[in-house]
Design a protein around this ligand. Structure first.
Ligand SMILES: *Cc1c(COP(=O)(O)O)cnc(C)c1O
Length: 343
């Protein structure tokens, strides 16, 4: 953001802002291509994958995926680990048959996914969709499901670039930009070549992967300024040491916070240890009557945006790549202070 501010009015001596450049200008195409090259570097994206910079956010892909990867008569597998994968399933029902493979369940008071042996997979599914990090629920599925010949599709909106990833295991990955990439209004799709060219004929052109791939994501005007900002974030990530360094920091941050929660009788996280998210840490106070005081005093201490999602309540700390370790340390100190005072 500092760099963007610095060059907002006069980008690289052009005498204008990036947002004033035509998306078809040589200058912007260089920005766009550099961003893609840096993302490819960061995630070691193999050559046989296209990278699209598209519109419509994460939810746009809830519809684009079935329209591009299935016929109307087909069925697709959906693994439901929380509210986003559940929303993806609901949207997909408009376009094809949906088979819910498994669902997060509460066993002995802790939430977890059923064991793989208990998933009801369909070997003929058009694709298998899951969400490796459930942003609202704080549930993560770290181990990549083995789906055999069924293309694996992942909603990585809240976890992309937080750690290294074996892209070759996936048919398609998508992510709304606003959590770990950059500003809202942009989404990134990484799709294997062999899945292109199967879109249903009524698929809106702007959502047709093949068309967008053939036009360099410029079939219509892309979100140019968001794309440029995403490019700056990719450069920043590389300068920090890439996704390996992010993985280290994210592990440090999340273990600090879970450690604080687990070592107290005042706070609680009800997700099974094997499925805890490193990006979104929901927690409750054993006495929910203190929620309001917690949030208010946190705000006064400069710790903001800690209210849980409106659908679940309680607290949630979203500790994306942009959150430094010092931010989590400050939160943990505040939590320990609050417990001493109120506990
Ligand atoms: C935020 C989020 C979305 C929704 O993204 P929009 O850009 O608002 O459509 C979808 N999936 C996951 C996992 C998210 O975290």
């Amino acid at each position: 953001m500092e760099q963007a501010k610095e060059e907002l009015l006069d980008w690289q001596g052009h005498g204008c802002s990036v947002m004033e450049l035509s998306h078809r200008s040589k200058a912007f195409i260089e920005v766009a291509e550099q961003a893609e090259a840096d993302l490819r570097d960061l995630l070691s994206i193999p050559e046989q994958y296209r990278v699209l910079f598209t519109h419509g956010g994460g939810r746009g892909q809830f519809s684009a995926v079935p329209m591009n990867l299935s016929k109307e008569s087909a069925s697709a597998d959906y693994l439901v680990s929380g509210s986003w994968s559940s929303a993806a399933l609901t949207e997909a029902r408009k376009y094809l048959q949906v088979n819910q493979v498994a669902e997060a369940t509460i066993v002995d008071g802790v939430k977890r996914m059923p064991d793989r042996g208990d998933w009801q997979c369909d070997p003929k599914a058009a694709y298998f969709h899951y969400c490796p990090n459930e942003t609202v629920d704080g549930i993560a599925i770290e181990q990549i499901p083995d789906t055999g010949d069924v293309p694996l599709v992942a909603d990585m909106s809240s976890t992309i670039l937080s750690s290294p990833l074996d892209i070759s295991r996936f048919g398609l990955i998508y992510a709304g930009a606003q959590k770990n990439i950059g500003p809202s209004g942009l989404s990134v799709v990484i799709v294997k070549d062999e899945l292109l060219g199967q879109a249903r004929k009524q698929t809106p052109s702007i959502f047709d992967y093949q068309l967008q791939a053939s036009q360099g994501s410029m079939f219509n005007t892309p979100a140019t300024f968001a794309w440029y900002l995403a490019g700056l974030v990719f450069k920043w990530l590389k300068a920090q040491g890439g996704v390996e360094e992010m993985q280290r920091r994210n592990a440090d941050k999340s273990s600090l916070l879970y450690g604080c929660i687990d070592s107290s009788d005042f706070y609680l996280n009800a997700i099974h240890r094997d499925y805890r998210s490193k990006m979104n840490v929901p927690f409750q106070l054993h006495n929910p009557e203190l929620d309001k005081a917690f949030l208010q005093q946190a705000e006064e201490a400069g710790l903001t945006a800690l209210a849980g999602h409106r659908s679940v309540g309680g607290m949630r700390a979203s500790i994306y790549n942009a959150m430094p370790v010092a931010g989590v340390q400050a939160l943990v100190e505040f939590m320990q202070d609050f417990e001493r005072k109120m506990g």
